[in-house]
Design a protein around this ligand. Structure first.
Ligand SMILES: C[S@@+](CC[C@H](N)C(=O)[O-])C[C@H]1O[C@@H](n2cnc3c(N)ncnc32)[C@H](O)[C@@H]1O
Length: 304
């Protein structure tokens, strides 16, 4: 069974790499941003555990290798489909296509949920078939799921979508050039990265001046009653669903814990400003917009 799984993974990786002609670019360039590399001796969180910084990426990769094939099903099951509403809100708030076609980069884009919404929104609302999205993820399995999914859409094999394996903290500068994109999105991805400042710094680098950074992420619930109910649900139900539906309790336990370790809305807004973006004031409706009492929130910033 293990051999079959390994063989499937190997062939799936091979398939991903061979699909360059179908606009699936695999870039193995060396990181060009040494400042954002992990520092030996330093620690970070992996859920509630403290681990050496340099080990986090491979642990996170294992999580998403493990959940890739069940990721979309589990998202629906654990959130009762609410993640779809949040993603719809996220994209419609950004109004892609309103001022003409955009060149977008969706980082930690996984199975392409945000990319598909951006392209659909631009087409359905503004008859825009020129907006494009480059989906970037560190995990080939997640990208493979996204690529297969896009085959069923009108965007497959068009310049509107492409998939790229790369680390959000160190986007290869030869491929992801500075001052290039009109919109940078990252949904439910940044909390999995070892260094949030490194991700924000790269986001700032690749965006054009005046362009928008937008992040959808689980956040802090301020209402004590909602917070208690949400904690009980998250810590008891989600890992259980992970066991039943995906045969993987540990990965879902990590995903729940990582949410609790993410900075508060004001702290994350400050990190966005520290990276060189301007944001609204430090209130709900300003630098961020809470969804469902802060279970998730949308942060935006404009590159100065
Ligand atoms: C929870 S999924 C979100 C996927 C998608 N954005 C969505 O909203 O459905 C998190 C994604 O972040 C990716 N990821 C984690 N660390 C990353 C990194 N350093 N660089 C790029 N992607 C990363 C994972 O591989 C995974 O696909």
């Amino acid at each position: 069974m293990q051999t079959t799984t390994r063989a499937w993974r190997a062939s799936s990786r091979r398939y991903l790499r061979q699909s360059i002609a179908l606009r699936l670019n695999h870039n193995q360039a060396q990181p060009q941003n040494p400042q954002s590399s992990n520092s030996p001796g330093r620690t970070t969180s992996f859920g509630f555990k403290t681990i050496p910084e340099e080990t986090k990426e491979s642990l996170v990769k294992n999580v998403f290798d493990s959940v890739a094939s069940s990721y979309d099903l589990m998202n629906d099951a654990t959130s009762f489909g609410v993640h779809r509403l949040w993603k719809d809100t996220f994209v419609s708030t950004l109004k892609p296509g309103r001022k003409g076609p955009l060149r977008c980069i969706d980082v930690a884009g996984g199975t392409g949920d945000i990319a598909l919404r951006i392209l659909d929104h631009a087409r359905e609302t503004y008859a825009d078939r020129e907006t494009s999205v480059e989906v970037v993820d560190i995990n080939a399995q997640m990208l493979n799921e996204g690529f297969t999914r896009f085959k069923k859409t009108m965007y497959h094999n068009t310049p509107q979508v492409s998939f790229h394996e790369a680390n959000a903290q160190e986007l290869p500068a030869s491929q992801f050039k500075s001052d290039t994109y009109d919109l940078y999105t990252i949904a439910f991805g940044i909390r999995n990265c070892t260094s949030i400042p490194a991700v924000l710094k790269e986001a700032h680098r690749v965006l054009k001046p005046g362009a928008t950074f937008a992040c959808l992420e689980f956040s802090k619930v301020n209402n004590p009653l909602l917070s208690t109910l949400y904690d009980q649900y998250s810590f008891s139900v989600i890992p259980l669903l992970g066991t039943i539906l995906a045969g993987d309790r540990d990965s879902y336990q990590y995903l729940v814990e990582s949410i609790r370790k993410f900075p508060t809305q004001p702290d994350f807004a400050q990190m966005i400003r520290d990276a060189g973006f301007s944001t609204g004031p430090n209130v709900d409706g300003g630098a961020w917009t809470d969804l469902w009492g802060g279970i998730a929130s949308i942060h935006t910033g404009v590159k100065l």
